[in-house]
Design a protein around this ligand. Sequence first.
Ligand SMILES: C[S@@+](CC[C@H](N)C(=O)[O-])C[C@H]1O[C@@H](n2cnc3c(N)ncnc32)[C@H](O)[C@@H]1O
Length: 85
Amino acid sequence: MDLGCAVGRTTVELADYFKEVVGVDLSHAFIEAAIDSLPSCNCLKSKIRFEVGNACDLDKSLGMFNLIFGGNLIDRLYDPAAFLL
Ligand SMILES: C[S@@+](CC[C@H](N)C(=O)[O-])C[C@H]1O[C@@H](n2cnc3c(N)ncnc32)[C@H](O)[C@@H]1O
């Protein structure tokens, strides 16, 4: 998971290393832009999805992840402890 993915640059990079990657951001506008700018290559599209979500209150239906990457995220959160716990 790329948490606080903005427009998904790192999400796409992570797809080189993982079978499945989910980019999550609080901003609807960023998630729409991420979906719109996803490279057209089918091999990437099948591995990547983007969803609106809140790092301080993540929806459990997102599932389990081998890695949660939160680049430049923690200092932007209104409740960093809720993200970490
Ligand atoms: C500084 S940007 C970092 C973007 C990207 N990870 C990078 O390193 O380039 C912080 C991102 O966190 C998102 N963000 C802020 N609060 C958030 C929250 N509570 N849950 C999810 N994303 C959040 C912002 O919308 C923004 O896209």
